[in-house]
Write a protein that binds this ligand. Structure first.
Ligand code: BG6
Length: 563
């Protein structure tokens, strides 16, 4: 994942682009760079985080009222100066920044080399400016040459391109996010709205293969359909939501926002939820499709759907979905869950399901994201921007909304909504400084372990899986989740003296999970109990009130992170 931003208008571009890059740094921080057009294109780029590179290259010194910038997470080619973006055409006239992966770049690179083009980087991106130059050398103008070049590319891209002799920025996307901002002093294009939220809330969400010419005006095309009209939306995010504020980092900020975001997730139009419930009741074969934390939210919700509404759903990882498409037909229902609405494996799954005539309902957090374009209906989580790469507030928001749907399916919409609204004060306690300090103390004990296990039964099993994912994503400690009943099938042998194990306890299977905890304890494990009641088995205990079908929301509302 990389971040790109472009600006063209009446103000100096470099400060705007630098500030935008800082808002996009969560998307990648291996290297960064900027290209602005004044009398000529000036490019400055380097390896390292944005502030480090800016300290040595002073981006804000670059002149010009239009430019593009990039912050990189290396996928093709190592983290080197030459591989950092922007990339320049052989004739030095074209600069391009790119987020995505060009799958046929090697083939295009070879074709261009046969036409005496040279390459200085190992990246897939470098074929783009040279392909544009190739078409211009054949007599095409900049706009048409960009269209021709992009049409030759397989894979996914969000690109911004400028030419030394043209007062326009070309912006185009296929499978990678890109939004347009319409400001009073100019136009913006970026991977994510927070990059230019300081300047405008007027947003145009692009569809796949949209192609925008940003100059004194905005012209919208689609590489397949030709000229198109795209709606302008006003986002209701405030600028502060997209900033860390007084918090040390976005993860802490977004964890603390859960007091509000679980409530916001269930503020849905009842008629829309009930309409979705009718689709669920009509369907013959229901598939939840998601990745990462969203997958765990779906797994957790499949228990709730079963318990609360007596409905069976299949839960499938986006990347595994191709193994199930032969089951699909026009009576199948896909419920795609994705915070970003841009996860490639989920988008791919949904596109395949649509080919079978299946109905697509999606649950996303980003209005205008690709997934919303491929869905028959969608619900928004209303959680505000989730900048942290880890899904925290949107995880509990997904659980809240899916639980509400389960209650609505059981004709208990109001009861479900009331129970979910009541959770806020539990979440308030769990995300308070007092709980955070207790977790900090615990993390001091765990920060140097090599292995950590999490276990749970029933609804607490997906919770244990999500906890293990969080610990891996944040602390790079190997953490593994098990259903409590599975430990005896081989895993127990891995428990050594002091091996930590987080045990998620709930009333409906307390006896069984405590017995599993005892098995671990008997082999010297260090037991961290999370649940409504302390127990002598626990070496550390974090109290979480019993919330039955809503336990998954509060068990993870705090974040058990190990430094
Ligand atoms: C991964 C993130 O890249 O994508 C996870 O690290 C996230 O935190 C997963 O849950 C799925 O993302 P999304 O946007 O489809 O919910």
């Amino acid at each position: 994942m990389c971040g790109i931003i472009g600006y063209i208008g009446v103000e100096k571009a470099s400060p705007i682009l630098l500030n935008g890059l800082r808002q996009l740094e969560y998307r990648g921080y291996d290297s960064c760079g900027m290209a602005c057009l004044d009398k000529d294109i000036e490019v400055r780029k380097g390896v390292g985080k944005i502030n480090e590179v800016n300290n040595s290259f002073s981006f804000e010194e670059i002149n010009g009222k239009m430019g593009i910038a990039h912050t990189r997470w290396a996928t093709h080619g190592g983290v080197t100066q030459k591989n950092s973006h922007p990339h320049i055409s052989n004739n030095g006239k074209i600069a391009v920044v790119h987020n995505g992966i060009i799958e046929n770049y090697q083939e295009k690179r070879d074709e261009l080399k046969e036409k005496n083009f040279e390459f200085i980087s190992e990246t897939d991106t470098e074929v783009i400016p040279n392909l544009i130059q190739y078409f211009m050398d054949k007599g095409g103008d900049f706009v048409d040459s960009c269209k021709k070049a992009l049409t030759e590319l397989d894979g996914n891209f969000a690109i911004l391109a400028i030419h030394r002799d043209e007062d326009v920025i070309i912006a185009s996307r296929k499978g990678s996010p890109l939004v347009i901002g319409i400001g009073e002093n100019g136009f913006f294009a970026a991977s994510d709205i927070p990059a230019f939220l300081d300047h405008t809330k007027q947003i145009v969400y692009l569809y796949d293969e949209d192609f925008v010419v940003m100059g004194k005006t905005l012209s919208f095309y689609n590489l397949k359909e030709g000229p198109v009209f795209r709606q302008t939306h006003t986002v209701d995010w405030d600028v502060e939501q997209a900033k860390k504020g007084d918090f040390e980092h976005f993860m802490l900020k977004e964890i603390s926002e859960q007091v509000e975001t679980v409530k916001k997730a269930i503020q849905q139009e009842k008629a829309i939820v009930e309409n979705i419930c009718d689709e669920i009741r009509r369907a013959k074969g229901i598939f939840f499709v998601a990745c990462g934390s969203s997958y765990h939210a779906c797994l957790s919700s499949s228990y709730v759907f079963s318990k609360i509404s007596g409905i069976h759903v299949n839960v499938v990882l986006g990347s595994e979905f191709p193994n199930y498409t032969h089951f699909l037909n026009k009576d199948s229902l896909i419920i795609a869950v994705s915070q970003s609405g841009e996860t490639a494996d989920v988008l791919e799954a949904v596109k395949e399901a649509k080919k079978k005539g299946s109905k697509i309902i999606s649950i996303v957090n980003v209005m205008g994201s690709s997934l919303t374009h491929h869905s028959d209906e969608f619900l928004l989580l209303n959680a505000g921007p989730e900048i942290c790469v880890l899904s925290t507030k949107t995880y509990t928001a997904q659980l809240g909304l899916l639980t509400l749907i389960a209650y609505s399916l059981a004709e208990n919409y109001e009861e479900g909504k009331k129970k979910l609204e009541f959770l806020w004060n539990v979440i308030y306690y769990l995300t308070s400084a007092n709980t955070r300090n207790k977790i900090k103390e615990l993390s001091e004990k765990l920060r140097y372990v090599d292995h950590l296990f999490t276990i749970g039964r029933g609804l607490q099993y997906p919770t244990a899986m999500e906890a293990a994912l969080k610990i891996k994503e944040v602390s790079y400690i190997h953490a593994e989740a098990f259903a409590g009943g599975e430990l005896k099938h081989g895993t127990l042998a891995l428990i050594e003296n002091g091996t930590p194990c987080i045990v998620f306890v709930a009333e409906d299977n307390e006896k069984e999970i405590l017995s599993n905890a005892m098995e671990i304890k008997s082999r010297g494990g260090y037991i961290i109990g999370i649940g409504p009641k302390n127990n002598e088995i626990f070496d550390t205990f974090i109290k979480v009130p019993e919330a039955n079908s809503m336990n998954p929301i509060i068990h993870l509302a705090k974040s058990v992170t190990v430094k």
